[in-house]
Structure formats: structure tokens, C-alpha cells
Design a binder for this molecule. Structure first.
Ligand code: C2E
Ligand code: MG
Ligand code: MG
Length: 712
């Protein structure tokens, strides 16, 4: 036989020599990592030959194994594996095939090792069937495999049982792998069903069709996406919000293999977030946008109107009579009313408009896209109509109106704050105009509002410095004797000059300064009356005016009683003048307070009688002692027959109700004569005396208190 051993560049031919085959085999076998053997097919697997590798494999020297019964291969084979090994080899014996079997052996030192035995059945020199083969140690290999298997099992466990969805997809958007959590998340029974049915996720998964492109883009630029939040469709068409973390998987050569990542359901968090956002931007009671969101919308509206060169209208709405409902029927009913009105306002608007609630009974409309002021006006008319419809609350019908003020961008202001301020000013003008109407902002309104503001500030200073004065206008009987005086507030501002009560009283009422102002006036008036009446036979009655607003604040009766005690003045010397507007709000409460004043011992006068609408009915129902016929009913009686008739009727009515009838604003002799002839009890007016400072009135009283008859 020829054996050719080749080496690069050199060939040596050993053709003439006979190869020592057994030596070559010896070398090969003894250097193999493992043990070559021949054994008998007996119950000990008695070894007849083992190679040198036996020592490394089993710890026994070949001589300790060959032909030995006590350390035969059956003994070395692990007891648990013996039957299996035998079955395998006997199978090979029968079939004449090669065999290969893995099992454990016990080494000389008692260590257990895994081996693999590969062999075949051959006939020996005597024609007996023996087994020849090779056994090698695979313990290390097996341990490695087992470790790998364990690791894989662990990872599979994580994959199968993770609460997050885990996926691998192609770049075209088809699933390569998905875990049960992902299947559940997207509404599929199993991962296989998901992989099967959900393809082209760009179009079929994301609600926003741009989302997949965005995902690709992030992947291209960063190789990963983090907390990528999207709304997705589940299999049944319902929607959920998910957050994805994913990266690109590449081969060792850097080629794209797939996208791999996790998916988490964040619907609950999103929902909660939305709720929080809603709460921060909406009014809880009515669900309308609040001040914060409104400011945002105005900014957007202004930017848009500025770009497109169109107008924007901001409408400030204040409900009329809301305070009445809230105070008299309680806040529950007030809330219902606000909700009802909020609903009605919403129905008046177009999609591009906004209605917001600022708080209390204040609402704001933001009207975009009204090219013509006329369309704003028709909308405002609709709003007024809607609000004016009766509202049924706790079994009763209520009528509320609204006062609306309008400011337009860009004419009335260039920013949200200015527009709101100007709409507010216009709203106040609407209130002054008698409510339930709308007013557009004008420069003039702005001037008046500005003046109001500075007057308010000046008033606070004046009150602190006790700068308000009182003038006294006497009231006379038919013989021109002074029977009483009316205290009238006066304000002489060091720079602004004289400011009339018609200007500062309304501001005091709005700002709450009316209480300190009235207190200051009453203190002076009560002290003056006390001084004048000292030693006077027929006491002088001091009339003071009480604002209807005072009827709303605390215990006004106790407050006045305290001031009387402080001044040492008898209540019987005092008249309280109130106008019938006091009945406009909670009339029951007003009557209770008037009765309490009566009980205190003061007289009550209805001031400005004849200017309201239902004076007559009030007169018979409420405990007034005196009625003061308004100046407007006196002016003209001397030459206007109709006026004269009305005055006559009023006087006779007062008489029939046994009230003292006082005429205001008597300016000439003819008026005086007419009124006296009709039976009027007392007279007040420039004809007889203008309001006078305290010192002058003191002088007048000292001189007897009678005004000489003025020549006609
Ligand atoms: P009033 O209570 O009806 O007071 C009468 C007003 O008519 C006073 O104006 C008085 O100066 C004016 N007057 C009197 N006689 C004549 C006349 O012959 N001709 C004309 N043209 N006017 C005459 P005044 O002082 O400007 O007060 C206006 C209103 O301001 C008062 O009307 C009253 O409602 C209110 N007011 C004045 N002082 C006070 C106050 O201390 N408290 C409250 N709450 N209101 C006050
Ligand atoms: Mg008066
Ligand atoms: Mg009056």
C-alpha cells in the first residue's frame, strides 16, 4: 500500500518502504483525545484492548481495565445508563449497523463524566463478534450546551411572560415575532394569529398615518426610538395609546436584520393626563373653557386675524339678577342656572367661536371669522334672546338678562389683556344703560372708565382723610318753618374740585366703599342733629339717604343703631330715605330690614317717588311714613296740566294712605303754591334753600328757621 504525504513544494514518495501500520495506528490512537477499544459482547463488556487515552478518560490505566471483571466497562458505566447503552449496542449487533450513544461513566476518582461512544460490530481473528469503537469525553461540551439551553429557556420565559409586548418586525412592517402580551395588547388570541393577520402596520396599526414614517425617520437618524407614543387600533377597531421602545438589529457585518422592541399600553396614563389637562383648562361647573384656555385662544385668534387681516370680536357677558338668584335661592340653584346659561350660549355660536367662563356669572365669547360687524350684532341679539328666555329652577320660573360689552381687534386693542379690559368697560356701559343690551367699546367709554378708576382711588384716600363733607338741605312746612333737614354727601377734591354724589355714589356702591362712606356721613349728620336739637322745643328731623346696596351687607340696622348710640341721638329724630330699587333684589329681605328700622324707632321715607314703575303697590305694602315726590314730577306742574294732574293724584294717594307727603325740587313760587294748595305737607327745593354747610344751617336755625316769603 502506498501512503502519500504531501507538503507544499515538496513531495516524498515512500513507495519502496513498507509502512509500519501498527506503529502509525498506535501513535494515532495514543494521541487521540479519547479512548479506542475492543470489547467482548458479554455481560461485562470485557475490554480486550484499550488505548492510552483510557487513563485520561477514566483515571484507570489500561492494564487495570483490560480483562478485568471488577473494573469492567459495565461497572464503569453509570448504573442509570447501563440498560440504555446495552440496548443500543445490542440493536447495532442485530442490525449490523454502526451505533452512537451518549451516557455517563464513573471515573476512578468517583467523578461522573459524559461520554459519547461510537462503534461497530466486527469479527475478531477467531471469527467471534466483538465491538470496536471510540469513546470520548463530552462533559465540557454538554455543560456548555446545557448552559445555553438554560439561558435560552430563561429568555423564552421572559419573552412569554413579559407584561410588555415584545416584537420583531421587518422594515416593511410585517411581524417576525411577537409575544403573548403583544397579542393581548392588540386584541389577538395568540402571537401566531397576530403575526398572521397584522401586516402593513404603517397603515393598519397607527391611527395617525404619518406615525410609521416618523418611526422610520427616528430609526434612520438615531438607530432607536424611545418612549414613542402613538394611538393605535386594536383588532376590534377600538383605540389604545401605546409607548414603544425599539432599535435596529444588525448582523455582524452591519446589515439590517429587523426592528426589535417593546410596547406598553399607556391608555390609562394618557386618559389621566387628558383629564388633568381638561381640568386645568376648563371650568369644572359648566365644562366650558376657563380663563387659561381663553387667553390661549385669544392669542391664537389675534395671530390669525392679524395674518388674514380680519376682525375678531371679544364679548364680555355679565348676567343680570344672578346675584339675586344665588343669594336668595342658594348656590345649588345658582349653579343650575349657570349651567343652563352656559348651554344656551354654546348653542348660539359657530364652530370657530369660543365661549368661556371666567368665574361667577361672567362669560366671554370669542368670535372669529366675522367679517361684518353686522353679523356680530345679529349673534349678540340671538344671545340676548336666548338668555332672556325663562329658566325653570326648583319649580319656579326665573328671568335673567345679560349685559354684553364688545371689543374688536384690531380697533379696540392689540392684545388679549387690552381687549378683555375694553370689553369689560363696554359691559359696564351696557349695565348702566339698563341691562339686557349690548354696547360696543368706544374711546369715550374708555375715558369714563379711566376716570372711574381714578375716582375710586381718590375716594379711598378721601375716606382715609375724612374729606367727605355733609351739606344739609332744609325741609319746610307750609308756613316755611324748618321742620327737618336732609343730609347730602359732598366731596371737594383738592385738584378735581367739587364732585357730585351722582358721580361718586355709584362708584362707592360698586366698589363696596359705600359702607365706610355712609358711616362717615351718618356720624357727621347724627352729631349735627344732636347739637341742633339740644334745647329745641320742636325737634328737627334728620333725613339720611341709605343706598340699597347697604341692605345686602351684614346687619345694617345694628350698625345704624350703634352710630345713633355713639352720637347720643334719639332714633325718633331720624328719617331713612330709600329708593324703591331696594325691592328689586330680594324684596322679602328688604321688608324685614325696613321693619327692623321701624322697630328701632326711625321713620322711613320713600325717596324719588314716581320715578319707578310699581311705586304704588310698594307703598301700600311696606311700612313707609313719608313719601318724597321726585323732582321730575314737580318740574312743570305750574304750566303743564298733565303733570299737574299726576302730582295731584300722587298727593291725594299719599294722604289717603296717611303718609307725610314731601315735595322735592321746588324751584319757584308757583310750584310751591300749587303743592301747598293740593295738601302737600313739606317742601324742599332751591326756592326755599339750597343744601347748606353745617355752619350756615346753624346760623339759619339760630335766626328762627323761617324763610321769608320770596316775591313771586
Ligand atoms: P336725593 O336724595 O333725591 O337728593 C336730592 C337731590 O336734589 C340733591 O342732589 C339736591 O341737591 C337736589 N335738589 C334739591 N333741591 C333742588 C332743586 O330745587 N332743584 C334741583 N335741580 N335740584 C335740587 P345731590 O346732593 O346732588 O344728590 C343727588 C342724589 O345723590 C341724592 O338724591 C341721593 O340719592 C344721592 N345722595 C346724596 N347724598 C347721599 C348719601 O349720603 N348717601 C346716599 N346713599 N346717597 C346720597
Ligand atoms: Mg334723598
Ligand atoms: Mg330724591
Amino acid at each position: 500500500m502506498l501512503v502519500q504525504i504531501s507538503r507544499p513544494g515538496r513531495t516524498s514518495l515512500l513507495s519502496s518502504e513498507v509502512l509500519d501500520r501498527s506503529r502509525v495506528l498506535d501513535t494515532l490512537m495514543n494521541n487521540l483525545d479519547g479512548m479506542a477499544y475492543r470489547c467482548l459482547n458479554d455481560r461485562h463488556w470485557t475490554m480486550v484492548f484499550v488505548s492510552q487515552g483510557c487513563a485520561r478518560l477514566t483515571g484507570y490505566q489500561p492494564a487495570e481495565i483490560v480483562d478485568r471483571v471488577d473494573t469492567c466497562w459495565e461497572e464503569i458505566t453509570h448504573p442509570c445508563d447501563r440498560a440504555r447503552v446495552r440496548a443500543c449496542i445490542e440493536g447495532a449487533l442485530r442490525s449490523g449497523q454502526r451505533f452512537s450513544v451518549q451516557y455517563r461513566i464513573k471515573t476512578r476518582s468517583g467523578e461522573v463524566r459524559w461520554v459519547v461512544e461510537r462503534g461497530t460490530v466486527v469479527l475478531d481473528e477467531q471469527g467471534e463478534r466483538v465491538v470496536e469503537g471510540f469513546i470520548e469525553d463530552v462533559t465540557a461540551h454538554r455543560t456548555m450546551l446545557e448552559a445555553r439551553e438554560q439561558a435560552e429557556l430563561r429568555y423564552r420565559h421572559i419573552f412569554e411572560h413579559a407584561s410588555e409586548g415584545i416584537f420583531q418586525t421587518t422594515s416593511e412592517g410585517n411581524y417576525l415575532a411577537a409575544n403573548p402580551a403583544l397579542a393581548r395588547l392588540y386584541g389577538y388570541a395568540t402571537p401566531d394569529e397576530l403575526i398572521d393577520k397584522l401586516s402593513d402596520i404603517g397603515r393598519r396599526l397607527y391611527v395617525d398615518p404619518e406615525r410609521r414614517a416618523e418611526f422610520h425617520h427616528l430609526m434612520q437618524t438615531h438607530g432607536e426610538v424611545l418612549n414613542f407614543e402613538s394611538e393605535v387600533y386594536r383588532q376590534d377597531g377600538s383605540r389604545i395609546w401605546v409607548s414603544e421602545n425599539a432599535h435596529i438589529v444588525r448582523s455582524a457585518q452591519g446589515e439590517f436584520i429587523c426592528y426589535e422592541g417593546t410596547v406598553q399600553d399607556i391608555s390609562e396614563r394618557k386618559h389621566y393626563q387628558e383629564q388633568l389637562e381638561r381640568q386645568a383648562n376648563h371650568d369644572l361647573l359648566t365644562g366650558l373653557p376657563n380663563r387659561v384656555l381663553l387667553a390661549d385662544r385669544i392669542e391664537q385668534g389675534i395671530a390669525r386675524a392679524g395674518r388674514m387681516g380680519c376682525q375678531l370680536a371679544l364679548v364680555f357677558i355679565d348676567l343680570d339678577n344672578f346675584k339675586f338668584v344665588n343669594d336668595s335661592l342658594g348656590h345649588g340653584v345658582g349653579d343650575e342656572l349657570l349651567k343652563e346659561i352656559a348651554g344656551r350660549l354654546s348653542t348660539c355660536l359657530r364652530g370657530s367661536d369660543t365661549v368661556a367662563r371666567l368665574g361667577g356669572d361672567e362669560f366671554v365669547l370669542l368670535l372669529n371669522d366675522h367679517e361684518q360687524v353686522s353679523s356680530v350684532i345679529s349673534l349678540l341679539e340671538r344671545v340676548l334672546q336666548e338668555v332672556a328666555r325663562p329658566v325653570a329652577l326648583s319649580g319656579r320660573e326665573f328671568h335673567v338678562g345679560a349685559s354684553l360689552g364688545v371689543a374688536l381687534f384690531p380697533d379696540d386693542g392689540g392684545d388679549a389683556q387690552t381687549l378683555l379690559k375694553h370689553a369689560d368697560i363696554a359691559m359696564y356701559a351696557a349695565k348702566d344703560r339698563g341691562r339686557n343690551n349690548f354696547q360696543f367699546f368706544t374711546r369715550e367709554l374708555n375715558r369714563v372708565a379711566g376716570e372711574r378708576l381714578s375716582l375710586e382711588a381718590a375716594m379711598r384716600v378721601a375716606l382715609e382723610r375724612d374729606e367727605f363733607e355733609v351739606h344739609y338741605q332744609p325741609k319746610f312746612d307750609h308756613r316755611r318753618r324748618i321742620v327737618g333737614v336732609e343730609a347730602l354727601a359732598r366731596w371737594f377734591h383738592p385738584e378735581l374740585g367739587a364732585i357730585g354724589p351722582d358721580r361718586f355714589i355709584p362708584i362707592a356702591e360698586e366698589t363696596g366703599l359705600i359702607l365706610p362712606l355712609t358711616t362717615a356721613i351718618l356720624r357727621r349728620a347724627f352729631a349735627a342733629a344732636r347739637d341742633w336739637n339740644r334745647g329745641r322745643e320742636q325737634p328737627l328731623r334728620m333725613a339720611v339717604n341709605l343706598s340699597p346696596r347697604l341692605f345686602l351687607c351684614g346687619d345694617i340696622v345694628a350698625h345704624v343703631a350703634g352710630l345713633l348710640v355713639e352720637a347720643g341721638l334719639s332714633p325718633s329724630h331720624v328719617e331713612m330715605e330709600v329708593t324703591e330699587t331696594v325691592f328689586l333684589g330680594d324684596s322679602d329681605r328688604a321688608v324685614t330690614i325696613l321693619r327692623a328700622f321701624k322697630a328701632l324707632g326711625v321713620s322711613l321715607a320713600m325717596d324719588d317717588f314716581g320715578t319707578g314703575y310699581s311705586s304704588l303697590s310698594y307703598l301700600s305694602r311696606f311700612p313707609f311714613d313719608i313719601i318724597k315726590i321726585d323732582r321730575s314730577l314737580v318740574t312743570g306742574i305750574e304750566h303743564d296740566e298733565e303733570m299737574a294732574m299726576i302730582a295731584r293724584a300722587v298727593i291725594s294717594l299719599g294722604q289717603s294712605l296717611r303718609k307725610t307727603v314731601v315735595a322735592e325740587g321746588v324751584e319757584n313760587q308757583a310750584q310751591f303754591d300749587f303743592l301747598r294748595y293740593q295738601g302737600c305737607d313739606e317742601f324742599q327745593g332751591y326756592l326755599l334753600s339750597r343744601p347748606l354747610p353745617e355752619a350756615e344751617l346753624t346760623r339759619l336755625l339760630a335766626s328762627g328757621g323761617v324763610i321769608a316769603k320770596v316775591p313771586a
